[in-house]
Design a protein around this ligand. Structure first.
Ligand SMILES: Nc1ncnc2c1ncn2[C@@H]1O[C@H](COP(=O)(O)OP(=O)(O)OP(=O)(O)O)[C@@H](O)[C@H]1O
Ligand SMILES: CC(C)(CO)[C@@H](O)C(=O)NCCC(=O)O
Length: 266
């Protein structure tokens, strides 16, 4: 069985790749903190056991060399994904294609292969990325070769990082991250709520602006895909029409890895 691993900035998610016949949505996801992986805790042992059993391992790693060091040395079964200039009919417009994070590349591949339509692909995790997928027109399955392009995107701090930067950088803002969604209605009347409104509004407004930028480049309406730990929350604070349009999906990176794993069988 093929093993899919998304080593993210803070957490690692893994799943077995479904057999050809099953749908990509059938992924059974396991999650562990990267700290557990580095320390080899019980959660890490489950992934080590899966790695030992796998016939092939597809890895998206944005967690750096340290994450790789916990793997068995020079494992021939390991395919560490690096963004290329063209894959599965998707062209990468980065001037140095390999500089693009493998997580962003996999998410774009997942949306391209499942939808075949232009989209803004937002990943709201530790960092928030917003990537433009341009598809010439709604192409038929057999016409997919190089009909799509990743036109570029943006990187900004995610919600928790924004919060931490205020908390750590301003002496009077040492407030804990709220347990519950504090809401952004009206004007905030205490410091903790003011921080919340500022951070959530900044992220939601960025999504709206990037989506508007993409719309200007197209003669058709793009999709809005949102994934990552804070996707749901940020989508709720988008302008109403855009919020209704947002498609929230889990685990786009693993889905993109599954596309690459399946394509290697074809
Ligand atoms: N149980 C949780 N643990 C940590 N973060 C969580 C949790 N539930 C929701 N979140 C939110 O999700 C965000 C992290 O998202 P996600 O889990 O997608 O990031 P990640 O694992 O670091 O992967 P990525 O590489 O995509 O950033 C945090 O900003 C946090 O607000
Ligand atoms: C931007 C992040 C941190 C998002 O996880 C990751 O994709 C990454 O480290 N990327 C490399 C730089 C880039 O994508 O341009």
């Amino acid at each position: 069985m093929k093993l899919l691993i998304d080593a993210g900035n803070s957490r690692t998610k893994w799943a077995w790749c479904p057999e050809q016949s099953s749908q990509p949505t059938a992924l059974q996801i396991n999650t562990l903190d990267n700290q557990d992986w580095f320390e080899g805790t019980a959660q890490a042992q489950a992934l080590h056991a899966a790695i030992a059993k796998a016939s092939r391992i597809y890895l998206s790693n944005v967690a750096g060399e340290r994450w790789l060091q916990a793997l068995p040395e020079r494992d021939q079964r390991l395919q560490a994904i690096v963004a290329t200039s063209l894959s599965l009919g998707l062209q990468n417009s980065y001037s140095q294609p390999a500089q693009l994070g493998s997580d962003r590349w996999c998410s774009l591949l997942a949306v391209w292969r499942s939808e075949g339509k232009s989209a803004l692909v937002v990943s709201a995790g530790t960092a928030m990325t917003m990537d433009a997928l341009l598809v010439k027109q709604e192409v038929k399955q057999e016409l997919k070769q190089a009909q799509a392009m990743f036109a570029g995107g943006s990187i900004q701090p995610g919600l928790r990082l924004m919060w931490q930067s205020l908390q750590q950088g301003a002496a009077q803002l040492d407030y804990a991250y709220p347990d519950l969604d504090a809401g952004t209605d009206g004007f905030a009347q205490n410091s903790q709520h003011a921080m919340w409104v500022g951070c959530v509004q900044a992220l939601a407004a960025s999504v709206a602006a990037q989506y508007a930028r993409l719309c200007q480049q197209l003669d058709h309406v793009p999709l809005l895909f949102m994934s990552g730990g804070d996707a749901d929350l940020i989508a709720r604070y988008l302008p109403h029409a855009l919020s209704a349009q947002a498609i929230i999906v889990d685990n786009l990176v693993l889905k993109g890895l599954a596309c690459l794993a399946k394509c290697s069988d074809e």
